[in-house]
Design a binder for this molecule. Structure first.
Ligand code: UD1
Ligand code: UDP
Length: 359
């Protein structure tokens, strides 16, 4: 098949790293980078470190509100799809890039493949929840990471064919964790001892866009009785600047602010942390795979099996609950194989090999 892969932001570069190289052994692939993320540290570094094939087209369509951004990408993709004449458009996850590409493809009568289909938080206030529900209902081939995702799609009676393939982000984590351990000098650069700090990330719009919630986040980080290393996502950096909270956070004696880290540095930082504190979807999974307890700054998660397995605790922005969860002993529970043991991309390719576009 001729496959047009559309990606545009940090977690999608990681996911495409697992799939694109394998896909190209069996199919023709073109990559369109929408430019949703555009800083080198949010984009270029992932192509370089993880070997994602260079984008064939770049749309430079980042910035603006969710609606503006989705509409801009949608408009630009119409021409890209017409020019490339693909048999399938392949999308990942739940971002504005994902929804715009799925809709543009469906409108053009081109089959849509959705990797990481079926994830649900059941919180429609999240832009990601709208994006994933709408994308799944526009998709022809739904490639699920987990059993829970398959069940969600069955309950919604989606029209496309559903396959459980495992999680492609897990493929990358399992393959690159040993490389990160050898190559990254992030602990020396920041002056950290293994096990002596908490690795944190926060960027969810629901946590950082509302100044009151952002202030609660800052207070929570200050309350952690350990060094907290926080590589700042650009959305969070902008909100901290706009509210004047960056100076407060920067002067907290236990908080170390850093720029966004490359994949190898971040993986080494997370793998050697006492715990991970995050509102990221991908980072919750990676903490589990790295065997590091995770405390999640949300009251819902799509990755429910990490909670059920005892490795993830949801605390929203409740500082007391976060401190208590961080002080809990490391679970001695075995970590089950939840995400496909590093072979998800292979299964994605097997499903696509067998697919015959009907439109
Ligand atoms: C997006 C996704 C979110 C995902 C996250 C991954 C949507 C609705 N949200 O959120 O699901 O978890 O990416 O990190 O699609 N910015 C820069 N430089 C960049 C990128 C962004 O400065 O390279 C700034 C811009 O001011 C931009 C803002 O960050 O307006 C937000 O970026 P955007 O891509 O719209 O949303 P994210 O918060 O990154
Ligand atoms: N990540 C990174 N550097 C950082 C923070 C995160 O490389 O400073 C990686 C992380 O390892 C994971 C991905 O970015 O693979 C997660 O992306 P993000 O948290 O931005 O998005 P989400 O998964 O929440 O959609």
């Amino acid at each position: 098949m001729r496959i047009l892969t559309v990606i545009g932001n940090r977690p999608q570069f990681v996911k495409a790293a697992a799939v694109s190289r394998l896909l190209r052994e069996r199919h023709d692939e073109l990559i369109v980078h929408t430019g949703q993320h555009y800083d080198d540290e949010m984009s270029r570094v992932f192509f370089e470190e993880l070997g994602v094939p260079a984008a064939d087209r770049e749309l430079h369509a980042g910035g603006g509100t969710n609606t503006e951004q989705t509409a801009r990408i949608l408009g630009l993709l119409e021409g890209e799809i017409a020019a490339a004449e693909p048999d399938m458009v392949l999308v990942y996850g739940d971002t504005n890039t994902t929804l715009a590409a799925a809709l543009a493809a469906a409108q053009a009568g081109v089959a849509v493949g959705h990797v990481e289909a079926g994830m649900r938080s059941f919180d429609r206030a999240m832009p990601e929840e709208l994006n994933r529900v709408l994308t799944d209902h526009a998709s022809d081939v739904l490639l699920c990471s987990t059993e829970a995702a398959v069940a969600n799609l069955a309950a919604e009676r989606v029209a496309g064919e559903v396959h459980r393939v495992g999680d492609v982000m897990a493929d990358v984590s399992l393959a690159f964790a040993p490389i990160a351990e050898r190559r990254s000098d992030v602990l020396e650069r920041i002056g950290l001892e293994p096990g002596g700090y908490v690795a944190a990330t926060a960027h969810r719009a629901g946590n950082v866009d509302d100044p009151e919630r952002l202030e609660r986040l800052v207070a929570l980080l200050e309350a952690v009785p350990a060094t907290v290393v926080l590589p700042l996502h650009p959305r969070t950096a902008a909100r901290l600047d706009a509210t004047g909270l960056r100076a407060r956070l920067g002067s907290a004696p236990n908080v170390v602010l850093a720029p966004p880290l490359g994949y190898l540095d971040f993986t080494k930082l997370a793998a050697n942390a006492r715990a991970v504190l995050t509102d990221s979807g991908g980072v919750q999974k990676e903490a589990f795979l790295l065997g590091v307890p995770c405390v999640t700054l949300r009251d819902t998660t799509e990755w429910v099996e990490t909670v059920d397995a005892g490795w993830n605790t949801l605390v929203d922005l409740d500082a007391g609950a976060a401190v208590a969860a961080l002080e809990r002993p490391r679970p001695d529970a075995e970590r089950p194989d939840l995400y496909g043991a590093g072979r998800a991309a292979e299964r994605v390719c097997d499903v696509l090999d067998a697919y015959t576009p009907s439109r």
